[in-house]
Design a protein around this ligand. Structure first.
Ligand SMILES: [Zn+2]
Length: 228
């Protein structure tokens, strides 16, 4: 809902700025081989007709998603990904603004593309990470194949944590994390795991059911450790 509102806001802003004029691609035709349609949007400075824009942008999103499931998007990778996603969002918005040129079905398709790009954008742009090497317990719900692993964090963010693990976990799997000395546990989803054969590897977790699990660790105030 909030994402849709944000898209509408962006669309209105854009339409106010451009007077809902066609995308600034001049009279260039689609840059896709053997396509003679007019270029209606651009990706990477390449004019594309609406159908080829949709195809290329969808492939682009898929690649970004696959990259994000293999490693954490930081530094240069995050910057490139954000730039590409931002272009997809703005170009898609331009197409949606010109609604009278699009069939309702096409409009829905572009809106969906835009929402997916914005969700991914927010995921990459999420809260800053803070390096933290602290013990953490990982476990699956008690059951037949229970896995418990006492390991360490690498870094944390408001809704996430990168941990080192020696176990095999599945992408998208939900597991529990717990600070060893505290009873409060949090449900987390495996957000990314590298495709490496090493015995110990970092794994990214998204915290699902706690808003402020790292409240004290992320606090900017100097931390005072009391002996327990
Ligand atoms: Zn085309």
């Amino acid at each position: 809902m909030t994402i849709m509102n944000e898209l509408d806001r962006r669309a209105r802003k854009k339409s106010a700025k451009t007077g809902a004029s066609p995308a600034a691609t001049g009279n260039q035709s689609c840059g896709f081989p053997a396509c003679s349609h007019a270029g209606e949007a651009t990706l990477d400075a390449r004019p594309l007709c609406r159908n080829h824009f949709y195809d290329v942008a969808t492939k682009c999103l898929k690649t970004h998603l696959e990259n994000l499931q293999r490693s954490e998007a930081t530094g240069a990778l995050a910057a490139t990904t954000l730039k590409s996603l931002s272009e997809i969002i703005s170009q898609t918005t331009t197409l949606v603004v010109r609604a009278k040129f699009l069939s309702p079905w096409q409009q829905g398709q572009f809106r969906e593309l835009s929402v997916r790009a914005l969700e991914l954008y927010k995921r990459v742009q999420r809260d800053p990470r803070v390096e933290l090497n602290a013990p953490i317990l990982l476990y699956r719900e008690a059951g037949a194949a229970e896995t418990r692993e006492l390991t360490n964090t690498v870094n944390i963010s408001k809704r996430g944590v990168c941990v080192v693990t020696m176990n095999s976990w599945a992408l998208g799997e939900q597991i529990w994390i717990q600070k060893p000395a505290k009873p409060l546990r949090a449900l987390a989803r495996v957000a990314w795991i590298p495709q490496t054969g090493s015995a110990r590897f970092p794994m990214g977790l998204e915290i699902l059911d706690q808003e402020n699990y790292w409240e004290t660790e992320l606090s900017p105030r100097p931390r005072i450790h009391k002996n327990q």
